[in-house]
Design a protein around this ligand. Structure first.
Ligand SMILES: [Zn+2]
Length: 269
């Protein structure tokens, strides 16, 4: 999840969340694709063949998932493509199969209120209410705030879409815990050590009042550390590589991409 930076609106789950594209119909027109590329630096830095691959994946995403507005918000084709294209950046080298087991993206105009109950260690049930800019439900929908989607993709370190998609990848092997299913050539023990060390370092820095280097929301838990460092990996790779080079290397192996190289090859930011 992502806490809301701004205001909160009431939550009413969209009853028309399952509206799919008919097979054969082009999901992304040339004009909409060009406009989206121009407005999103994170996509504009993609050269061929990555750019073409992103378009194919975006098309597949729009066919497989519904992206619907809620809370009075309506999305046009361009807005859907903005969401879908950014959602597909993490899976550029993994394929659409990585987003298996769920099919709905719900978009509110701004931050939304999420409500639930939890039981504490003494067995007492608490009702909670939290303003959020995004959340991912296990085998359920991804919920986003449009205000935050619009602030994403500028290569400035913030991307609510990539954040929530990282949670979805993390949840492929159960609860979000910062330990997604790794590729065969990766070493789970190395992943665990690298992420645990970096997570502890961030906590120690914040406790000592020192500069965190990355968004301190990453210190909320291992799941948020993975999601926030994934945002930096794609949006501000040089900052993540500077703060936690081993985390950068693990994410490069996991996502099978190297945004540092990509942005440099595109002539920098
Ligand atoms: Zn989160």
């Amino acid at each position: 999840m992502r806490p809301a930076a701004a205001f909160a609106t009431g939550v009413d789950r969209n009853p028309e969340m399952f509206r799919f594209l008919k097979p054969g119909r082009p999901a992304v027109t040339d004009a909409v694709w060009r406009t989206m590329r121009r407005s999103l630096p994170i996509v504009a830095t993609l050269a061929e063949p990555d750019a073409g691959r992103l378009r194919v994946l975006t098309d597949a995403f729009l066919r497989a998932k519904s992206i619907e507005g809620a809370g009075g918000f309506e999305l046009d084709e361009g807005s859907r493509v903005m969401v879908a294209a950014q959602a597909c950046i993490p899976i550029l080298a993994l394929g659409i199969e990585a987003y298996t087991g769920w099919r709905s993206v719900i978009v509110y105009p701004g931050g939304f209120v999420s409500r639930g109950t939890s039981v504490d260690e003494t067995g007492v049930e608490h009702e909670w209410e939290e303003a959020r800019s995004g959340e991912s439900w296990f085998r359920g929908p991804v919920v986003l705030s449009w205000e935050d989607v619009a602030a994403s993709g500028r290569l400035e370190g913030y991307n609510v879409v990539i954040h929530e998609m990282a949670h979805k990848l993390d949840m492929l092997n159960g609860d979000a815990n910062g330990f997604p299913p790794l590729h065969a050539e990766m070493d789970g023990a190395v992943w665990y050590r690298v992420f645990s060390d970096a997570f502890e370092d961030l906590g120690a820095r914040l406790d000592a009042g020192r500069e965190a280097g990355i968004d301190d929301y990453a210190a909320e838990g291992p799941d948020e550390f993975f999601a926030v460092t994934s945002e930096y990996f794609f949006e501000l790779p040089e900052v993540l590589d500077e703060c936690y080079p081993e985390v950068y290397a693990e994410l490069r192996a996991f996502y099978r991409q190297d945004p540092l190289d990509r942005i440099a090859a595109a002539g920098g930011r």
